[in-house]
Design a protein. Structure first.
Ligand SMILES: [Zn+2]
Length: 438
């Protein structure tokens, strides 16, 4: 575990901070290529200025965002805003059960709450009883909408314009689950979830992960007045799954944004590997209780995903709703029709996405319904089928069509960005190898 200090920086636990800082510096002294190792901490967002040792040490000694005063009953939480989120949905994901806090936010934050832009990260402090103790919502103009509870009353804190973006670089090895590995590396959940999203056309994070898989990630972290405010977008990432290497570079141009391989191929493909949203809860869900007889694909021509009731089920590809309703053993089921005589089926749902109706167009990743155990199911799970010309295929074995490449007009700009990012991923990877060898 201690060997991971070199690969995985910074450690966020305050009790261990001092010890680790000392070990880290001592470790550096023992290793001849100090110049390389200093790159694994925190680099300025410009990426052109080489990070220095001073900056690394500063980052390690920052107060941990997750562990607040251990004597008090305070927990720091952060959540990425999703499409369709409302204040209530967001508060419930943050773990807040606080009508007074919600009412204050509704009253004082009317303008801010109109800006629940998907992808932004909200940070909150919640008491063990579910009270909202503070909330910080980054706004688009670099300002922060911040609310604090003091002596039982909520106060609107001054909106700070002094937010500062930094770049964090982390890596880790998967031993039991993705979230266990990202926890160990000090990677926030919102970044872990982005990792799973970015590679969701290539890797089924519910089925494909193996011990020894590795990740490296470069992401934006936002600080306001020196306090970590939350993690932002992933800028570059690598995922090694069962020996196969996948890399992603974030790129935005006038037309849109997305992730590309260092060679400029889009990571977004026609189909997602998994119809199930990947979350901390769904990833750790025990499959012990659900029908063992129907486990194999051959037996019933589908793939089963054990997951808690209510987990979001998403369209694996753009298409149209061919059927949404009850059907025998499938229970509540949605069938989507896609181009090239392809269709997908989602069974045993507890409910459908609001307003879902036959004929409706649906985009890849949009919600079709929620995991349940309707029909012939002994435990909550999703039954997923993939058909081409009405023939069932194993979705985990279907070769997906090639994705689009970056266009010629953007090629030069992309390469200018991709090369230093790919270099950072290489540095992170060698750090992981170094840690493994020790
Ligand atoms: Zn099934």
């Amino acid at each position: 575990m201690e060997q991971n200090n070199i690969a995985i920086l910074p450690e966020n636990s305050p009790q261990r901070t001092r010890l680790h800082t000392v070990r880290w510096v001592a470790g550096l002294a023992a290793i001849p290529f100090l110049g390389v190792l200093t790159a694994f901490g925190v680099a300025p967002p410009s990426a052109t200025e080489p990070p220095d040792l001073q900056r690394v040490v500063e980052e390690i000694t920052l107060p941990a965002p997750e562990l607040l005063d251990p004597g008090q009953d305070r927990y720091a939480r952060e959540e990425r805003i999703r499409r369709g989120d409302t204040l209530d949905i967001l508060l419930s994901r943050l773990g807040a059960e606080d009508p007074a806090g919600a009412a204050f936010l509704r009253q004082s934050g009317r303008a801010a709450l109109r800006q629940l832009v998907p992808g932004r990260t909200v940070r909150a402090e919640i008491s063990g009883a579910g009270e909202l103790l503070s909330l910080a919502l980054p706004l688009g103009n670099g300002q922060v909408f911040a609310v604090q509870r003091e002596e039982g009353r909520y106060r609107l804190r001054e909106q700070s314009a002094r937010t500062e973006g930094r770049t964090s670089m982390k890596s880790g090895v998967i031993e039991s689950s993705l979230f266990a590995a990202t926890d160990k590396a000090g990677v926030p959940d919102s970044v872990a979830q982005q990792l799973a999203e970015i590679f969701s056309s290539d890797v089924d994070f519910h089925k494909d992960l193996r011990r020894g898989d590795r990740f490296s990630v470069v992401y934006e972290a936002t600080f306001a007045e020196g306090q970590p405010l939350g993690a932002g977008r992933v800028l570059a990432a690598e995922f090694v799954n069962q020996g196969r290497v996948y890399q992603a570079i974030y790129f935005r141009d006038g037309q849109g944004e997305g992730y590309y391989t260092p060679e400029g191929k889009s990571l977004r493909k026609a189909f997602l590997r998994s119809p199930l949203e990947f979350t901390r809860i769904s990833s750790g869900f025990s499959s012990a209780r659900f029908h063992p007889v129907l486990q194999t694909w051959r037996a019933h021509k589908g793939v089963d995903y054990a997951a808690p009731t209510g987990t979001r089920v998403r369209a694996t590809a753009d298409g149209a709703v061919a059927f949404a309703g009850r059907q025998g053993g499938y229970g509540n089921v949605v069938v989507l029709r896609h181009p090239n005589n392809t269709s997908t089926l989602y069974g045993h749902l507890s409910g459908f996405a609001r307003g879902l109706r036959t004929g409706q167009r649906i985009g890849q990743g949009e919600t079709v319904g929620y995991v349940g155990m309707s029909g012939l199911a002994t435990g909550p799970h999703l039954h997923y089928e993939f058909r081409v010309n009405d023939v069932h295929l194993d979705p985990q074995r279907v070769a997906m069509p090639q994705a689009a490449s970056i266009n010629a007009r953007n090629r030069a700009a992309f390469e200018q960005l991709a090369q230093p990012m790919a270099h950072r991923l290489t540095l992170l990877k060698s750090a992981t190898n170094l840690a493994l060898l020790e």
